[in-house]
Design a protein around this ligand. Structure first.
Ligand code: NAD
Length: 327
């Protein structure tokens, strides 16, 4: 009998993905439902042909060196800033991600955050549960409208566009920034207008970030950018924490340079800047952008298909992030 390739999975995923993986591989799963330590990954990777990891696993040269038999790294996420791609490419290791299936689910969360922050939903819920509701009042928990407002989208890729699609239903004026202006057809499809970065910051009532985390986007939003925003603006970040300078954000909120923020991602995740927790006009959720049963299941199947492509079918995986190794 031909031996199955060995694959390490750093954390339990939805069952359909596990079932598919088990058909093809000798699967070693982290038995604990927690983040696998680097030491443990190094220990377990030694005889593995494939690694399936999460955005919470930092996969660097040391791990790749320990995995002498490693032939592929499959990330259970669309972002892949947790993996040293250059080091993987140097070693001819294809790295994959799970793009596309998270788009609509993450865009749904963005809209939930836009509405919740503007209409103070979380604060209102706490108010009621705190026994403070004494009846309808003209000045009770007044928020801001979303309808007809200007939405600034930084990074107009898959998720940025899915957010724009939703914003059209709210009659929002959609403006976007990308390093290079997109085609007329895309702009027309989403009724989106291209703006310079600074103009987007100045004109938006809601600013939502959808760029990948890279050197060029680290602290893309910092003190200077907050000073350009409207005092009534809300910032939404569901991309990656370090794109926003959290200390500058705290200052901006404390000095009322902006009206509020809603964050799904944090600079030093899972740690959260202490002051953010005490500031009332913030909504903080624990990185749940893609957290729907449907999407997490699809991601588990995609991650499996990527590994099957490399280790079983010996083909280029569908979601390769370092395609240069196939040239
Ligand atoms: P995408 O690649 O389709 O879109 C990213 C866009 O950002 C591209 O169009 C790119 O040109 C643009 N961009 C790059 N640098 C930029 C810059 N400096 N300024 C403006 N735009 C810039 O990616 P996507 O699928 O839309 O996902 C975006 C990011 O969202 C991912 O990289 C990931 O980190 C994050 N994400 C988070 C969650 C979550 O759970 N919160 C879920 C999915 C994705």
């Amino acid at each position: 009998m031909v031996k199955k390739p060995k694959v390490l999975l750093t954390r339990l995923l939805p069952q359909p993905g596990i079932n598919l993986l088990k058909k093809y591989f000798e699967l070693k799963i982290n038995p604990e439902d927690n983040i696998m330590s680097k030491e443990k990954i190094i220990e377990k990777i030694k005889d593995k042909h494939g690694l399936i990891c999460l955005l919470t696993d930092k996969i660097d040269a040391e791990i790749m060196d320990a995995g002498r038999k490693l032939k592929t790294i499959a990330n259970y996420a669309v972002g892949f800033n947790n993996i040293d791609i250059d080091e993987a490419t140097k070693r001819n290791i294809p790295v994959t991600n799970t793009p596309g299936v998270l788009t609509e689910t993450t865009a749904d969360l963005v809209f939930a955050l836009i509405l919740s922050t503007a209409r103070r939903i979380v604060e209102a819920d706490r108010f009621l549960r705190g026994g403070k509701f004494k009846g309808w009042a003209p000045m009770l928990l007044l928020g801001n409208d979303v309808y007809n407002k200007t939405l600034g989208i930084i990074g107009f890729g898959r998720i940025g566009r899915a957010v724009a699609q939703r914003a059209k239903g709210f009659h929002m004026k959609i403006i976007y920034y990308e390093p290079a202006r997109l085609s007329h057809d895309i702009e027309k499809k989403y009724s989106a207008e291209y703006k310079s970065f600074d103009d987007l910051l100045k004109e938006s009532d809601f600013i939502t970030i959808h760029t990948p985390l890279a050197e060029s986007t680290h602290h893309l939003i910092s003190e200077k950018e907050f000073s350009l925003m409207k005092k009534t603006a809300y910032l939404i970040n569901t991309a990656r924490g370090p794109i926003v300078d959290e200390k500058a954000l705290v200052e901006a909120l404390k000095k009322r340079k902006i009206a509020g923020c809603a964050l799904d991602v944090f600079e030093k995740e899972p740690d959260v800047e202490k002051e953010l927790i005490t500031i009332p006009n913030t909504i903080l959720v624990p990185h749940i952008g893609s957290a729907s049963i449907e999407t997490r299941t699809k991601m588990a199947l995609i991650v499996a298909e990527n590994v099957i492509a490399v280790l079983v079918n010996k083909t280029r995986p569908p979601n390769i992030v370092n395609p240069e190794i196939y040239k």
